[in-house]
Design a protein around this ligand. Structure first.
Ligand code: SF4
Length: 207
């Protein structure tokens, strides 16, 4: 991006906790990183190279509730993608047999007999109710924080207990890079090492 000055309109960070039950088991267990870690990395990498304003950032990975949305936006997401909550609303019971064509609730199957389990007029109402209630809760939580829009949530708004006696804000847990800090030469080891390993002409890191 820096070499070509060509920026994508958006990037979506999809955490390892999301995805399909049809993925290879070894991939499910070992490939990828948690959504918040990935979002934090991508958002700050874009800030660090001074291009964040050119690119929207979406995020997915176990986002179900209004608080899940707020927490992701506080870490830099411009919007959230969600599937899981809607899958539950439509009847998924997480039996993880999507790849067998034997979905017991008719959600993920090509079998017409099993598809009958998904009664569309009933389930569409449940999906609509779920979405409406989630957005209502999002508006309430935003107002409770004294904000006008969920995009105003910042790392300082979210706290996390990390031990019985210690609570840290996301601002402390996920320290932010300054605008252009990577270009200027960040001395922070967690950023300096990946930055030094990255190269523009290949996805292979410089060892
Ligand atoms: S209920 Fe259906 S869609 Fe949900 S995990 Fe099981 S097979 Fe997949």
């Amino acid at each position: 991006m820096l070499e070509t000055k060509i920026y994508p309109d958006f990037i979506v960070v999809d955490g390892k906790e999301g995805g399909t039950g049809a993925a290879p088991l070894e991939f499910i267990d070992h490939i990828g990183k948690p959504m918040r870690q990935g979002l934090y990395f991508v958002h700050n990498a874009l800030v660090g190279i001074g291009v964040r304003q050119h690119i929207k950032l979406g995020v997915a990975g176990k986002i179900i509730t209004a608080f899940d949305i707020i927490r992701a936006m506080a870490l830099g997401a411009d919007w959230c993608n969600a599937a899981r909550g809607f899958m539950f609303a439509v009847g998924c019971i997480q039996s993880q047999s999507c790849h067998t064509d034997r979905c017991p609730t008719g959600v993920a199957t090509q079998d017409p007999r099993r598809q009958r389990a998904l009664v569309v007029p009933d389930k569409m109402q449940r999906v609509a109710n779920f979405h409406r209630a989630t957005l209502h809760e999002l508006a309430e939580m935003t107002a409770a924080a004294g904000l006008d829009h969920p995009k105003e949530f910042k790392p300082i708004h979210i706290s996390r207990r990390i031990s019985p006696s210690e609570v840290l804000t996301f601002a402390e847990l996920y320290p932010s890079l300054a605008e252009g800090e990577l270009i200027a030469g960040s001395g922070t080891p967690r950023w300096k090492q990946p930055w030094d390993m990255a190269r523009a002409d290949s996805f292979r890191a410089i060892a």
